[in-house]
Design a protein around this ligand. Structure first.
Ligand code: HEM
Ligand SMILES: CC(C)=CCC/C(C)=C/CC/C(C)=C/COP(=O)(O)OP(=O)(O)O
Length: 461
């Protein structure tokens, strides 16, 4: 009886391991965020945060890591405080609208004529002047009438406070949750297609680990692309671009997903699957993401990233990398070209504004040819499946209609090069993949057939 290579860790040991690692990371990032929120509002929380931070000022903190300095100047690091001077009231920023100021001045004059109304003295702490670790007193601002205080407050740099109930939605968008869901589906299909008895525990652990790894990869990808995403209509509302969470929070979330995810895959499934997951995070964040701005070859690298999850599903079930795993990966590899090339066709302006090197922008003919070529490749791969003993011969027949349809749309996209043909091909790709995987599962080669054919192939003594 075939024993799946799924490591038989005790359930509670495994659960403890995962819960402790990921909850530390997640709780850590939430606590950090709520402390940061609290520090802005309450003095006691500020002392607590100061305690937390001053206790770590000798040790390396996140703020010392260069890559986090880039986007946001944090308030609590000596070298990072901006020495902005409080803006003189009469100096108005060039982009500021003069109108409200004129109204304010009239209102101020009216207010000053009313003898009883004396606005209370106010002390406003300017963020750039509140280097918490220096414990600087708040900078007193001369007594101003109420309305201009509001105007003054309006001009101040404000940190966006995260409401804890918004975090699930923010994390979902950081993880590109719909893309991650389909990635996990492909990994599950790879697991289910493997020629071994189905192990539910291993299946769930492999799916969870792959999903966490995908969430981590997408979060890091978005962290690296903040400056460019802000230039694209499609991505300008992403959490980091809008400042809904800090880079430190996003990176903590990515770590809180990556560490337990890869640990689950390595310890609870098998080292090969864990290694593939870690490699894929590296490939997506450190190869594909920078390549997007350098060369059109990024799409081929991205297709490898998308092809690895079904291979991980197969290796999770079998513990080995064989032709069936590569076939599943081949399906995903080819599927991504019609999927993305069609999508990017209607995003050419956006992609060029974001400074990305995409075929649709620089090589439009190649973009359409590659999409058609790989749509047709899906027909060929479906015929290969029974030859490699992954499915029965019914699969190429039942999958032919949807493969011919996506190829037809690919042909129209290639010939017409219109927005409509591109949109139809992209949306077709979103249902074609799950449908193809479902048909593959229904046509999976029965195990006993495999054992019979293996026995028949074995030399008789
Ligand atoms: C070369 C590889 C790929 C590239 C360049 C790519 C690119 C994209 C882009 C730019 C979008 C639009 C996202 C948005 O609306 O902001 C998208 C949507 C999507 N992609 Fe891909 N993708 C690739 C591979 C994959 C893979 C491997 C999967 C899953 C197996 C996938 C599943 C999806 C899904 C489900 C959507 C719709 C998500 C939504 O509407 O929010 N993609 N893809
Ligand atoms: C196990 C594991 C690590 C799986 C990772 C799977 C994964 C994240 C696949 C995505 C493939 C891909 C290139 C998407 C486009 O990203 P993009 O940056 O071009 O999309 P964007 O422009 O919308 O940000």
């Amino acid at each position: 009886m075939y024993k799946t290579p799924c490591r038989k860790l005790t359930e509670q040991g495994l659960a403890t391991c995962w819960i402790s690692t990921s909850s530390y990371g997640l709780v850590g990032s939430c606590v950090f965020q709520s402390l940061e929120n609290g520090a802005r509002s309450g003095h006691s929380t500020r002392c607590l945060l100061q305690l937390f931070r001053s206790s770590t000022c000798e040790r390396i903190t996140f703020q010392h890591l260069n890559f986090l300095k880039r986007q946001y100047v944090t308030k609590n690091t000596r070298g990072l405080c901006q020495r902005a001077k409080a803006k003189q009231e009469h100096l108005v920023a060039p982009l500021e609208d003069q109108q409200p100021l004129l109204q304010e001045e009239t209102v101020i004059r009216q207010v000053q004529q009313i003898p009883t109304l004396k606005p209370p003295p106010c002390t406003v702490t300017l963020p750039s002047e509140t280097c918490i670790h220096e414990g600087k007193a708040s900078v007193p601002v001369s007594e101003e009438p109420a309305t201009s205080q509001d105007a003054h407050k309006e001009k101040q740099w404000k940190e966006v406070k995260v409401n804890l109930e918004d975090l699930p939605g923010i994390y979902a968008r950081l993880s590109k949750i719909k893309l991650t869901a389909l990635v996990v589906t492909t990994a599950s299909a790879g697991f289910a297609m493997a020629p071994v008895p189905f192990d539910l525990g291993c299946f769930l652990l492999a799916s969870l680990g792959t999903g966490l790894a995908s969430c981590a990869a997408n979060s890091i990808n978005q962290y690296f692309e903040v400056p460019f995403d802000s230039n694209m209509n499609r991505t300008k509302n992403r959490p980091l671009v809008r400042g809904q969470i800090s880079p430190l929070h996003a990176v903590s979330f990515a770590a809180a997903c990556a560490i337990p995810g890869i640990a689950l895959l390595t310890l609870a499934v098998n080292p090969l699957t864990g290694a593939l997951g870690a490699f894929n995070i590296f490939l997506y964040t450190c190869c594909y993401t920078p390549l997007k701005r350098l060369s059109i070859s990024n799409t081929w690298v991205g297709s490898i990233v998308g092809a690895i999850p079904p291979v991980m599903g197969w290796t999770a079930a079998t513990g080995s990398l064989d032709t069936g795993a590569l076939l599943l990966g081949g399906f995903l590899y080819s599927w991504q070209f019609p999927h993305f090339n069609a999508l990017s066709w209607n995003l050419r302006e956006d992609y060029s504004r974001g400074g990305y090197r995409m075929m649709s922008v620089t090589h439009p003919g190649l973009c359409r040819r590659v999409a058609l070529r790989h749509a047709l490749a899906l027909v060929g791969l479906s015929a290969l499946a029974p030859a490699l003993d992954v499915t029965t011969w019914a699969f190429p027949v039942v999958s032919l209609p949807i493969n011919l349809y996506i190829s037809y749309l690919g042909f129209r996209f290639h010939r017409e090069a219109s927005r409509g043909s591109a949109r139809r091909l992209f949306f077709c790709s979103l249902w074609h993949l799950p449908m193809l995987l479902l048909l593959m599962l229904t046509c999976k080669k029965p195990l006993r057939d495999k054992e019979d054919s293996a026995a028949a192939a074995a030399p008789s003594h």
